[in-house]
Design a protein around this ligand. Structure first.
Ligand code: HEM
Length: 469
């Protein structure tokens, strides 16, 4: 009763046939125009509510955060990952404990401080070496950025960096790519809608297999790490968690080695493709809006050169002197629209939203994409324009509708790390190199490939060393 309106479902399939399963974003937008910013759909026989636009998303995730911050436990993603670390855990004391621990530990590792910065800068040297070998040539940066962001998280989690040619890093990159493709593709929708197909040998079984393989690798790292660990002297995230486990003993808390493995898997998974795809979007736009990179105009490079004058390397603190760079990076994140439908939420109790009643356990899809491009929230919602983040005095400002990391209690745990990575990598690479859209590459295609995280279509870039660097 009083459930949000939506298109009429058909038996077994629900509203699956109303959506282009390869990319439902445009269909979801059309449905919002027809039914309003809060509407319902049926995935098989299960109702879901889609929330669109800043006002409704804020009302649900912030003002009524406790009601809307659960996670459904019955989707393919949950079954594939098996143990819920944090991203997939329901709204519960265990999730809260892990979230608090995660935020604190990432901060102590230097989010916003030097040590994390040094880890990122160390990886940037590796990227620079790789690009140096390609000066004067044309390359596809896809694997480079995925390997670099994977390595940065591995540094945080277990203090390991892998050679870009190693078997393990290639496994990780492949596993992120394949599982993301399956999890947000048509087969996952079919898995979620039609329970009777779940044990059949269909393509989604590949994701299950890859998650099992990844679990084994993380368990291996954990076992290896325990051999050299000195309790009370943590070297990385895993050590911190084991110290916490020792401290808690058998107090019945949610901390366990199984949870640790799942947490590590989720942080690695959640932190790699998201940041790598943001970087890919960054360089796609920087090459194709040369006035921004500084070839015909001078803003961005002039700002970098001025602020970094006399310094060996950039620091995250420098962002306060770089309003234009900040605006460019935020605008890149807006158009990158990395997690268009966030991670699905779930209501924790019977509740209401914008006049509609929503029962406990309903899957909630926060349509972040609808906020990032919402008319009325941006000076130029539909074109790439750093002015979206600059006021009349050309100072950096962040509109409320900027929510690529979502908002409210479940907002991205890795926001600080991701922002630091994006800033340091983009600034350092622009300082050292010029990136040029190859002459034979034709017109750039900015259309995003839909997935758990969206990514630009593959492209190549020509690399030149900058004279002044
Ligand atoms: C540009 C990079 C990134 C983007 C755009 C992004 C975006 C998101 C989004 C949209 C969510 C869902 C929030 C919600 O459910 O409302 C999320 C959750 C999460 N992200 Fe990120 N993320 C990024 C990088 C990272 C990194 C680097 C890490 C790891 C260090 C990370 C770890 C997590 C975790 C653990 C959650 C789950 C939070 C919870 O359920 O309480 N993310 N992220």
């Amino acid at each position: 009763k009083n459930f949000p309106p939506g298109p009429r479902p058909i038996p077994i399939f629900g509203n699956l046939l109303h959506l282009n399963l390869k990319n439902p974003i445009a269909d979801l937008e059309k449905l919002a125009k027809r039914y309003g910013n809060v509407y319902s759909l049926f995935i098989g026989s299960s109702p879901v509510v889609v929330i669109n636009g800043l006002q409704a998303v804020k009302e649900a995730l912030v003002n009524k955060g406790a009601d809307f911050s659960g996670r459904s436990q019955n989707l393919m993603l949950n079954h594939a990952v098996q143990v819920k670390g944090m991203i997939l855990a329901d709204y519960s004391p265990g999730w809260k404990e892990h979230r608090r621990f995660g935020l604190m530990t990432l901060r102590n590792f230097g989010l916003g401080k030097k040590s994390m910065e040094q880890r990122i800068l160390g990886e940037i040297h590796r990227i620079i070496n790789h690009l140096d070998q390609n000066v004067g040539k044309t390359m596809n940066p896809h694997l480079l950025f995925h390997k670099a962001t994977s390595n940065i998280i591995c540094q945080v989690l277990f203090a390991r960096q892998f050679d870009y040619d190693s078997e393990i890093i290639n496994f990780f990159v492949d596993y992120f790519y394949e599982t993301s493709r399956i999890l947000n593709g048509p087969w996952a929708m079919i898995y979620d809608s039609i329970p009777m197909v779940r044990s059949l040998p269909l393509p989604f079984q590949k994701a299950f297999k890859m998650f099992r393989m990844a679990h084994k690798k993380y368990s291996g790292f954990l076992a290896e790490n325990k051999k050299t660990r000195v309790p009370g002297e943590p070297r990385h995230f895993i050590d911190c968690y084991l110290d916490e486990l020792d401290k808690r003993g058998d107090d019945g808390s949610s901390f366990s080695e199984d949870q640790l493995c799942a947490f590590v898997l989720e942080l690695h998974f959640g932190g790699t493709d998201t940041t790598a795809n943001s970087l890919l979007t960054a360089f796609l736009y920087l090459m194709n809006y040369p006035q921004i990179q500084g070839m015909s105009s001078f803003h961005l490079l002039q700002e970098i050169d001025k602020v970094l004058h006399g310094k060996d390397q950039a620091s995250f603190e420098d962002r306060h002197q770089m309003p234009y760079m900040q605006a460019v990076i935020h605008e890149i994140q807006r158009v990158a629209d990395i997690a268009p439908l966030s991670v699905f939420h779930c209501t924790t109790k019977d509740t209401d939203l914008m006049g509609y009643s929503i029962p406990r356990g309903t899957v909630i899809i926060p349509n972040l994409s609808s906020v990032l491009f919402e008319e009325g929230q941006w000076k130029s919602p539909h074109v790439f324009d750093p002015e979206n983040f600059l006021n009349e005095k050309q100072e950096f400002v962040k509109p409320e509708a900027f929510m690529p990391f979502s908002t409210g209690q479940r907002m991205c745990l890795g926001e600080g790390l991701a922002r630091m990575e994006l800033f340091l990598i983009v600034v350092t690479l622009l300082r050292k190199f010029t990136f040029i859209w190859p002459e034979d590459a034709g017109e750039p295609d900015f259309t995003l490939v839909y997935g758990t995280t969206q990514t630009p279509k593959p492209y190549r870039m020509t690399i030149q060393r900058r004279g002044t660097a």
